[in-house]
Design a protein around this ligand. Structure first.
Ligand SMILES: O=C(O)C(=O)C[C@]1(C(=O)O)C=C[C@H](O)C=C1
Length: 380
């Protein structure tokens, strides 16, 4: 093909793209106007503005209707930002998370609510819970379990102690890096890291950093802040923390085990409607007698409800008694789940339904990669 023909073809294709973009812009603005109208209507009638379930229903419908070639993950990313822009016209969604900025919790929150929400870092998990309970934020994002280390005890205790609804979940790939203002591992004398990160990179640290003294930090992002102030110090943190706190990456992906994933929960004071692909979280206690747990679990098998997780935790109010945290497939309004919970209530000494929310696939965790850093620069 001659050079002119190539140019002509490219120009024609780009003109066609320009036309589609103009059309998309018109449609996007039309959508935003409708969302504004919904916002005004809700405000007038005193209906809560934040409605996480509606977003999930839209995602769900479009994913099913999508003929391709756009990938489901791309469609979700586009809609995450459409919702964020749409919410921004109605109000600013406030999201609390365990800070400081650029912790994995921050990344999980960003993956759930997009870049137009306002993110409020809290210094403890207690403060994160309190922010929602006191109505200072619409939603909070907390870590609940890690694929290698199991449940996050403090989050589990706080779910028991507070009145909170679980309204969403997400799985985030945990990718650790050794980051420093120094450019050589040999020059390092100090390592700042969160205890869980130390645990997850233990073999790598033993193999490469035997010469350094380890200082525990309260989060991976705090480790990055400490390393920034120490010319002979390094931190274990994510790429975003390294980038935003101005650190070099001395080694990437230093976690010992591939597939390290943390599950996060979104908490709010509202209920979600069923989407057809939900999960329900609950906690319960059984009496101290033979077969009590077995009998409780039968409630699920009898109603053909699949349990995706069960974990026990000491009951801090009653020593040597235990609480069971369970996740089951389905929504509390689904018939089989309703039936299972009715039966469960007759077999347990305590039951708290934490909430139903759209189910995510643990095998498809959110990944924050290098390429996405530029985007966070523009928007973060
Ligand atoms: O349906 C609503 O309740 C809306 O506020 C509209 C809308 C949308 O853009 O589709 C706005 C923001 C999202 O949170 C979910 C839905």
């Amino acid at each position: 093909m001659g050079e002119m023909i190539v140019e002509d073809r490219l120009t024609a294709l780009r003109e066609a793209i320009d036309e589609v973009d103009t059309e998309l812009l018109k449609l996007l603005n039309k959508r935003m106007e409708l969302a504004c109208e919904v916002g005004r209507f809700k405000a007038e009638k005193g209906v809560p503005l934040f409605h996480p379930g509606r977003e999930e229903l839209i995602f769900e419908r479009l994913t099913k209707a999508n003929p391709g070639p756009i990938a489901a993950e791309s469609l979700r990313a586009i809609y995450r930002e459409i919702f964020a822009a749409s919410r921004l016209l109605q109000y600013v969604l406030q999201v609390a998370y365990l800070g400081p900025e650029w912790t994995y919790s921050h990344l999980a929150a960003l993956s759930l609510y997009g870049h137009s929400a306002r993110y409020i870092p809290c210094s403890t998990l207690e403060d994160v819970f309190e922010a929602v309970l006191k109505g200072k934020v619409h939603v909070a994002v907390i870590p609940i379990e890690n694929s290698l280390q199991g449940g996050v005890g403090r989050s589990m205790d706080l779910l028991y102690e507070s009145e909170m609804r679980v309204v969403g979940e997400c799985y985030l790939e945990i990718a650790h890096n050794l980051c420093s203002t120094s450019s050589s591992i040999a020059d390092l004398k100090h390592l700042y890291a969160h205890p869980q990160a130390i645990e997850q990179c233990r073999r790598w640290i033993l193999g490469n950093l035997r010469h350094v003294e380890i200082y525990e930090s309260t989060s991976t992002a705090q480790a990055a802040q400490m390393a920034k102030k120490d010319p002979i110090g390094a931190a274990i943190c994510n790429l975003y923390a390294a980038h935003h706190y101005g650190l070099n990456i001395l080694a990437d992906r230093i976690e010992d085990q591939a597939g390290n994933t943390t599950r996060f929960l979104a908490l709010s004071s509202q209920l979600n409607p069923p989407t057809g692909s939900d999960k329900t979280s609950l906690l319960f206690a059984v009496s101290d007698q033979p077969g009590a747990l077995h009998a409780a679990l039968e409630a699920f098998s009898d109603a053909h409800v699949n349990m995706t997780r069960i974990e026990s935790r000491p009951n801090r109010l009653f020593p040597w008694q235990y609480l069971f945290y369970a996740d089951i497939e389905g929504h509390v309004e689904d018939e089989n789940v309703h039936k299972a919970l009715d039966e469960l209530r007759t077999k347990v000494t305590f039951l708290k339904v934490l909430g139903s929310y759209p189910k995510r696939d643990p095998k498809l965790p959110i990944r924050f990669e290098k390429e996405k850093l530029r985007q966070s620069d523009r928007q973060g």
